[in-house]
Design a protein around this ligand. Structure first.
Ligand SMILES: Cc1cc2nc3c(=O)[nH]c(=O)nc-3n(C[C@H](O)[C@H](O)[C@H](O)COP(=O)(O)OP(=O)(O)OC[C@H]3O[C@@H](n4cnc5c(N)ncnc54)[C@H](O)[C@@H]3O)c2cc1C
Length: 416
């Protein structure tokens, strides 16, 4: 990933100008860098981690459900063709413990496109790295490097790295994830709370095919998702996101392999046949947070730096991709019109466009998690009846399917 750095040393008098400087080369920042540089915008991308660390199989064992609209966007910017392997999600089955009520989404009820695609995060990172190699001098990647301070003038924003070097741009983007330092340096406030839950992530092998079906089971400690992955060397595989109470998750994570697998087996049930554990286990504390504003002067937020949500609906990264598609559109339009890339109307439009959508999704995931992660009998009855009703009202079900596919709402051009 690393290329020659467009940097100045403290002794240099003239800082080279990037049009956009992005801090954070995760899935959101890396994708934004590809989208902008692919449209000829001179971009600098900075991350504190070495790219070899980020692409190691032990770095991020998650797989992401990519909504149809997000896949269209990744396709439009030439990233999707570099994703080494993915699995179409043809159906989603949502059930509440052992209740007979369920919700079943089948892509064939609304067309031929799958509801989404599952891709391992390591393959998404690999695709970003591969695309970056095609982008030539339009993109400069600086790793490992952290930003120590930022300073803004009427026309520029300058990031000073911890080793004293500087990067100057018209617009800086914080794609630093939940603990975004630039967001805090710029004085943008964040509201949020932690959930008393941890997501345990593991990849399993199984005897029988998943048939492209994603399962979400609501158990008292939280949702348990079984998400279809492509076969690997003839082994059927799925990615598990097992939400557990924070006070008991550590004891599950510490179990020997056979016992850990047996706990998984109890929650999966027998439909996949014999199970095996592939690779290490991962755990993620869960919380919800949202930034009070999406820009401050020439700094703008994207992805988890702007909004971190519960993974119950597999939408956090999809929202980040929508931020990226919207911001790319605004930047390209500004450039075509000869405007400042950080012109206030453009950044105000970005905030109006993205913040409401992100807040609605944050609210929906929060309510779903509170409603389903308990075993209170009247609540269970109400939600089960709700699942059953939605399943029997085709127009409502189709609308919810389109929401899951990300094809509803005011979509950026690159997602249509
Ligand atoms: C268990 C789980 C399952 C999920 N499943 C899904 C799913 O199926 N679908 C979906 O859409 N979403 C899913 N999500 C959400 C999704 O993973 C996140 O929304 C997404 O990864 C956020 O990406 P990001 O690039 O914004 O942030 P991050 O991944 O946090 O990346 C931030 C980057 O910034 C760098 N950085 C941070 N600070 C600095 C600094 N000061 N200087 C330099 N570099 C810095 C970091 O090194 C890192 O590379 C899931 C989340 C969890 C926890």
């Amino acid at each position: 990933m690393s290329k020659t750095a467009a940097l100045t040393h403290p002794a240099d008098t003239q800082a080279p100008r990037a049009e956009v400087a992005i801090v954070g080369a995760g899935l959101v920042g890396g994708t934004l860098a590809c989208a902008l540089a692919g449209h000829g915008i001179k971009t600098v991308l900075i991350d504190r981690l070495d790219p070899t660390t980020m692409s190691a199989p032990t770095f991020d064992g998650r797989a992401s459900a990519i909504a149809l609209s997000a896949r269209r966007f990744l396709n439009a910017i030439g990233l999707w063709e570099h994703v080494a392997a993915s699995e179409p999600i043809r159906e989603i089955r949502v059930s509440d413990g052992a209740s007979p009520f369920f919700l079943h989404y089948d892509h064939s009820e609304i067309g031929s496109d799958p509801l989404g695609s599952m891709a391992e995060n390591r393959h998404l990172r690999g695709a970003i790295a591969a695309k970056m190699r095609d982008l030539g001098d339009t993109l400069t990647v600086i790793t490992p490097a952290s930003v120590a301070s930022l300073a803004q003038t009427a026309d520029t924003i300058t990031l000073t790295l911890e080793d004293g070097r500087t990067v100057t741009a018209a617009l800086a983007v914080s794609a630093e994830g939940r603990n975004a330092a630039l967001r805090d340096l710029a004085g943008i406030k964040v509201t949020g709370w932690t959930y008393p839950q941890v997501a345990i992530v593991a990849t399993i092998g199984h005897e029988r095919s998943h048939d492209g079906i994603a399962h979400e089971r609501f158990l008292p400690a939280g949702p348990f998702a079984i998400l279809p992955l492509p076969d690997d060397n003839g082994v059927h595989r799925s990615s598990l996101v097992w939400t557990e109470r924070a006070d008991t998750a550590a004891s599950y994570l510490a179990l020997p392999d056979a016992e850990f697998l047996s706990e998984i087996g109890e929650r999966v049930g027998g439909f996949l046949g014999a199970l095996s554990l592939i690779g290490p286990r991962f755990s993620h504390p869960l919380g919800l947070q949202f930034a009070a504003q999406y820009s401050a002067g020439r700094l703008v937020l994207v992805g988890d730096a702007a909004h971190g949500i519960h993974p119950i609906a597999g939408q956090g990264l999809n929202l980040g991709f929508r931020d990226v598609a919207a911001l790319t559109e605004i930047i390209i339009d500004a450039r075509q019109l000869g405007l400042d890339l950080a012109h206030p109307e453009g950044l105000a439009r970005y905030q109006r466009w993205r913040r409401t959508d992100n807040l609605v999704m944050a609210g929906v995931t929060d309510v779903l998690n509170r409603l389903f992660s308990n075993d209170i009998a009247p609540v269970r009855l109400a939600r089960d009846v709700g699942l059953g009703i939605v399943n029997r009202i085709p127009p409502l079900k189709k609308l919810l399917m389109r929401h899951a596919m990300g094809t509803v709402g005011d979509l950026p051009r690159l997602m249509r």
